[in-house]
Design a protein around this ligand. Structure first.
Ligand SMILES: [Zn+2]
Length: 294
């Protein structure tokens, strides 16, 4: 999960259309018995906007599905009955709310389903706020005080910085560093096997290359400067993986920040550790500068 910048004021026109206004009037009357109209909340224009904002990656797991199953428009606050609250009808009034629409892969969407746990259940909002019989749009914005005070446990990449809540291990596992991080991993099943394998592959590909160069150096097949040049190339590869349009870019950032945990300390020979550390230290300032720009 990576921090995403979405302009909540740039609402796709389809969501402010006359027809959409009629749908909102209908849902205020019928509540969750309203027939949620996918043509509007998952309109091609919305998918295009979300695809650009999310670089065609899943909001929760950062999987790039350009070549796979298409991403789906997902309601952060579920429009249907919330699993954690028996009496809640769902946040049906947020069905056509731009700031409630994320982009997600089908696996995360299915796992997340209608889950929406809160820090304190007594703060849950049960009904829409109306002004003169009409939906108060301001109270629907994810940054509105009424919704913020719910304190959701599910992270939202559009308002949270996920890196403050999760971290990765060299085996590809993701772990929470806060209750919200833990809960998000559990709800979206972010340790499901295919994801863990994809993350481990990214880590291991670099590890194998580093090992290969250092073994060549041991066998005197390459010189000290050549091995260092090759290690620099691998670090450059990682730097290209932190770009916004690359899958698992947050993992690549973590790997670069914790190069010792992911690589250096995993090499048994002190000489190998020394060479890796020397190259990394030489590069460290540049790495930090590049990462701060991302
Ligand atoms: Zn996903």
């Amino acid at each position: 999960m990576k921090r995403i910048y979405k302009n909540f004021d740039e609402v796709p026109q389809i969501l402010t259309s006359k027809k959409c206004e009629t749908l909102i009037e209908d849902l205020l009357e019928k509540q969750n018995q309203h027939s949620f109209n996918q043509y509007y909340f998952a309109h091609e224009d919305i998918k295009t906007s979300l695809s650009n904002i999310y670089n065609n990656k899943c909001a929760y797991c950062e999987t790039d599905t350009t070549a796979g199953a298409p991403l789906e428009v997902e309601h952060y606050r579920p429009k249907n009955k919330v699993k954690e609250s028996e009496k809640h009808l769902g946040y049906y009034w947020l069905c056509y709310e731009w700031s409630n629409l994320l982009y997600s892969c089908s696996s995360c969407n299915k796992a997340k389903s209608n889950h929406f746990p809160l820090e304190d259940e007594s703060k849950r909002v049960f009904a829409p706020k109306k002004i003169a019989g009409k939906l108060d749009k301001n109270s629907c914005n994810i940054r509105s005080s009424i919704l913020l005070q719910e304190k959701p446990l599910l992270l939202n990449p559009e308002i949270d910085n996920p890196l403050e809540h999760v971290f990765f291990h060299p085996d590809g596992k993701i772990e929470g560093r806060s209750t919200r991080g833990e809960m998000t991993i559990e709800i979206c099943k972010l340790n499901r096997q295919p994801l863990q394998i994809a993350r481990k592959t990214l880590i291991d590909d670099i590890f194998r290359n580093l090992m290969r160069y250092l073994e060549k150096f041991d066998a005197r097949n390459i010189s000290d400067s050549t091995v260092k040049y090759a290690i620099k190339n691998e670090i450059n590869k990682l730097l290209s993986l932190i770009k916004n349009d690359r899958p698992y870019s947050v993992l690549a950032m973590t790997v670069l920040k914790k190069f010792d945990v992911f690589y250096i300390n995993r090499f048994g020979k002190k000489e190998h550790q020394k060479i890796l550390r020397e190259v990394y230290e030489e590069f460290k300032q540049t790495i930090l500068e590049i990462m701060n720009k991302e």
